[in-house]
Design a protein around this ligand. Structure first.
Ligand code: NA7
Length: 564
């Protein structure tokens, strides 16, 4: 009997019944399942594939009309992954990784969407997914020990387990500017781009936001629009992606060594190989050596690699500043107008504490005659008008407006789903001071509900497909274990949430991450609690912590047998 220890309770309980919650369930259920997976991005697709081996009744729901998640939604011009595709791809099937050919080094959105569709068909996953369906409500019925799943299509399903693969960057953030509804032109959010595309020819276009999405879309729209006005609140660091057609020799090498390379990735902090990683301090080398190392990394086409040039970039402000100044130097070299260059130089946060962007001609775009940069930190946006946008300093006439304003990241896709757990507790209430959970998977009081890439997991700060594969496989083992041993309920406790929360916080504290007003901290959403939501202790360390927990009989989880 492996289930001993203070924290793992194997109880035999008589379920309680909460009549007011039960009143929610009067609608006749349409279907019953063992596992419902929400989301058909790369995490959800793999969950549906892998969980099949459990021999349980499975169902997937997905808002989009097709699979791909992030790569279904973010179809704005220039959308491209910022990790090399030989790395950012599934590793679970050797034939798939051998047979698949990525045309470009960094795949554009359409190639990633094609890949997601291929995987959905190749592995027979598509049939399990109900597309064009948004889960609008998830309620746990304590008496039945089941989740009730409600959708915008009128479905009401009942299931034992729910796996929320709902994405870290899915809930769009459209700032609450006065007057948006009065704007007479068309407006778009980068992550909800129309499938048919948008023609900006001859138009005066405005774009708000200069994060990864803004930095990718700006150079493309600038080539089409009559005029592009970029409204920048925070200048970001970006290095050139130098994207190109995939080098056949590099592809051959990867394919010849894939199993070994994948193993190497698993043992790293970022689930990606960082050739040329340095273990020296910024101050251990001469100025000339440093310049050489940084120039090499600048050409490396790898943001993670750039951040790994010196051991202390993420931890020492002084070291970080030296490397930040190197990038500012590149911006000043590239942008002809010194005032514009200075405005594009990031000065409000240390390098890497907001996502280091990879661009295709971003800084060069500001040398075009039809592009204007407006500082909305100095002069904030006051309102959107019928004919454009007004800042505290000036008014801009616009025919179209692009919001590249990001997401209610990490928690938004969960809190917008109306989730209630034991005792009818609303997840939003539970998370009012920040997202609590254990190992990124489980929230106490919300039994049998698990998250992929949830807050408190490495998620967006490691290679996400490998992260999803690890979490899905780990969860699959947990579910197999629970069903094999007759445990009806898997929960965690507030104590284990606190303990994991402290580890997540300590890992962030050891870096400079908390010095930026980033979405990692919820700082981009007014009123959101300022809590660092990503486990930055390393993918390798995280996997070890999960394996230790399972080896200790799922330490920190409460597995329960119920009567009746
Ligand atoms: P980000 O990185 O959150 O960027 C959003 C941008 O929008 C950023 O420049 C924000 O400025 C700006 N923003 C947001 N609200 C406002 C208001 N009210 N006024 C002016 N500017 C505003 O989202 P992305 O979609 O670019 O990238 C998300 C992730 O996807 C990225 O990190 C990669 O991991 C992939 P701020 O910096 O908040 O001052």
């Amino acid at each position: 009997m492996p289930f001993i220890g203070e924290t793992l309770q194997v109880a035999t309980q008589t379920p309680t019944h909460t009549s007011d919650i039960h009143a929610d369930f009067t609608r006749t259920p349409t279907e019953e399942f063992d596992i419902v997976v929400i989301g058909a991005g790369f995490g959800g697709l793999y969950a549906l594939y892998r969980f099949r081996r459990l021999g349980l009744r499975l169902k997937g729901y997905e808002t989009g009309s097709g699979p791909g998640g992030t790569w279904y939604w973010n179809r704005y011009p220039g959308a491209r992954v910022d990790l090399e595709s030989m790395v950012y791809s599934y590793s679970f099937d050797e034939d798939l990784q051998q047979e698949w050919h990525w045309p470009e080094h960094f795949s554009p959105q359409e190639d990633l969407e094609t890949y997601a569709n291929h995987v959905a068909d190749r592995f027979g996953i598509r049939e399990q997914i109900q597309f064009d369906t948004t889960v609008t409500r998830l309620s746990f019925d304590e008496a039945e020990n089941k989740w009730h799943v409600f959708t915008d299509r009128g479905d009401h399903a009942i299931t034992r387990f729910v796996v929320a693969a709902t994405g870290s960057l899915n809930a769009t953030n459209i700032p609450d500017f006065a007057g948006v509804e009065t704007f007479s032109g068309q407006w778009y959010h980068t992550s909800k781009w129309p499938k048919e595309g948008v023609d900006f020819t001859g138009k005066r276009v405005g774009i708000i936001g200069t994060g990864s999405s803004g930095i990718q879309v700006i150079p493309v729209v600038a080539q089409e629009a009559m005029h592009l006005t970029v409204f920048q609140r925070t200048a970001n660091f970006s290095i050139p992606s130098r994207n190109r057609v995939l080098d056949p020799e590099y592809e051959r090498d990867y394919k010849a060594n894939y199993p070994r390379y994948r193993e190497m990735m698993k043992s790293t902090k970022t689930a990606a190989i960082l050739q040329g990683q340095q273990y020296r301090s910024v101050f251990d080398v001469t100025d000339t050596e440093r310049e050489q190392i940084l120039n090499e990394a600048w050409r490396s086409r790898n943001g993670f690699r750039f951040m790994a040039t010196f051991i202390d970039i993420r931890t020492s402000l002084a070291a970080n500043e030296v490397v930040a100044e190197f990038i500012r130097g590149k911006i000043r070299e590239t942008v002809h107008n010194p005032e514009v260059a200075e405005l594009l130089c990031p000065k409000t946060h240390p390098l890497g504490t907001k996502r280091l962007c990879l661009d295709s001609g971003y800084y060069e775009t500001f040398n075009r005659d039809n592009v204007t940069l407006v500082d909305v930190r100095a002069n904030p946006i006051q309102e959107i008008t019928p004919t454009g946008l007004r800042t505290t300093a000036a008014e801009y006439e616009l025919d179209a407006l692009i919001f590249a304003t990001g997401f209610d990241a990490m928690t938004g896709s969960m809190t917008r789903m109306n989730i209630t757990g034991i005792g009818g507790v609303d997840l939003r209430e539970k998370w009012q001071h920040g997202p609590t959970n254990y190992l990124g998977y489980s929230v106490a009081g919300f039994p049998n509900l698990f998250m992929i890439h949830g807050p408190g997991s490495p998620s967006v700060l490691a290679q996400m497909i490998m992260g999803a594969e690890f979490q899905v496989e780990w969860l699959c083992d947990l579910l197999e274990h629970a069903t094999a041993h007759g445990y009806h309920r898997v929960d965690t406790t507030a104590e284990w949430e606190d303990s994991w929360g402290r580890e997540v916080e300590a890992a962030a504290e050891a870096t400079l991450f908390k010095k930026a007003d980033s979405w990692y901290l919820g700082a981009n959403i007014p009123g959101k609690p300022r809590v660092f939501m990503v486990y930055i202790g390393g993918f390798d360390v995280y996997c070890g912590r999960c394996r230790d927990a399972s080896a200790a009989g799922y330490e920190g989880f409460v597995l329960t047998r119920l009567q009746g």
